[in-house]
Write a protein that binds this ligand. Sequence first.
Ligand SMILES: Nc1ncnc2c1ncn2[C@@H]1O[C@H](COP(=O)(O)OP(=O)(O)OP(=O)(O)O)[C@@H](O)[C@H]1O
Ligand SMILES: [Mg+2]
Length: 506
Amino acid sequence: MATLQVKNINKAFGATKALIACDLTIEAGEVHVLIGANGCGKSTLCKIISGSVQADTGDILLNNQKISITDPASAQQHDIATFYQELSLAINRSIEDNIYAANEPLIFGLFIDKKTIKKDARKIIDLFADVVGDGFSGEVAVATLREDQRQLVEIMKVIAADAKIMIFDEPTSALDRAQANRFFKIIEDLKAKGKSIIFISHRMDEIFAIGDRITVMRDGQIVSSVKISDTDQNMVIEQMVGGKTIVQTNQATKVNQSLSSDVAGHDVIGLELKNLTNKQFSNINLSVSKGEIIGLGGLHGHGQSSLLRSIYGAGEAVSGEITLEGQAYYAKSPRGAIKNGIGYISGNRRVDGIYQGRSIFENLLPIHYLKTSKWGAGQKRLNQTAQDAMAELKTLYASMNQEINNLSGGNQQKVVIARWMIDKTNILLLDDPTKGIDLAAKADLFALIRKLANAGMAIILYSSDDSELLNHATRIYVFNNGKISQELTGDQRTQFNLYQAAYEAV
Ligand SMILES: Nc1ncnc2c1ncn2[C@@H]1O[C@H](COP(=O)(O)OP(=O)(O)OP(=O)(O)O)[C@@H](O)[C@H]1O
Ligand SMILES: [Mg+2]
């Protein structure tokens, strides 16, 4: 049995201080939960313990003895096994090979014992037998699996290592409830065997269900580490938000007044959703007026992107009703959405936005052509309109014929946005549109978005950055587990309330 301690760990990535003087103790036989906002340093701390990142300063102790962890192999020698947030699977190899990748049994110390691998992997897969879903057996390549199934393989890999210290960095983010509950049963057994377990999750319900001790991190620092029975959800959220609550409350209140005056005079509903439901979200009811920017909040992956894609006709089929300015609308395809005046901008440029290897001009025109079905008409006018839109966003480029890949990420995103400015759009769906773009470009983008709203566009903004929602949305619908857990308006729009609605058990 083992007690793990980290002492005074510091880690910087360039100017980013990822960890500042972190001290933490994980006891044998405990599930020790780490919680904190995106980017607060949880994964970095785990990676230092598991040897894939080196601390700048600080010590790691095992049973009060200092140990040196220089790489993942040395962590393994010290009996530490890790579930990585971004997974560590060889996707072209089979499930059973992956489960034993780090600990392949050998015959005479030389040959990989395939038979034993098969037999032992089978035992571990059987622990999850009724929740793994279709197409899951030992011989199948990981590449063919869904995201939840890949997470299960990464979990199985840690279980197979049978280490004394097990680290799980967001192991349940893609799992359904049945899969997560099975995993929690297994964690109980591991705990009973005296394992020391670090568990990271953004889901308050599971943290309070399985944790023994909880450590809250904020901005690279550990702000508290207590027995789970000595705290509650509100205390944890307060510690996660810290001093930010006050600042954001004032900011939101201040912003609120200017936002409501923006909306005044625009009381026509642009888009309304009634009981919209599919596999990723359920019973979504919301409306956005012309001239209004509303926000979708909550943790990433709780149905917001999926909802926007469904309205745009690019997601899974939905049941329920969509109305556009009072008319029933059926979201069948992006082409239909565009023709009906709906625009969709994704922050995921590589997948959704960019025609790689094509010129800026070619990247600007697809929406116009889809809308008007006119190829080649009015090149000069189009060129001018497109250039105006790019200039408005202060896009840096040499010529319209320049290949888009040669622009910086932020400038590529501006081209994607400018394409929606060529023809009038009534509804704009923004799907985390500023991912990866710098602060100055964000400010330009939001200035433009405000201008579009003032001109009567109805805008739905999903952002993984809470400050964008607090600063720009009149109302914020907070998503939690595919449902709207709260609608925050006026001075309810604070960082604290956003956290509470996103994290509370629903
Ligand atoms: N390899 C890296 N290079 C540069 N910066 C990094 C690197 N890894 C992490 N960071 C930065 O360090 C900080 C902490 O990141 P970390 O991944 O530990 O956050 P986290 O708490 O795990 O967040 P999340 O909840 O989003 O997973 C962030 O600001 C992140 O951008
Ligand atoms: Mg992380």
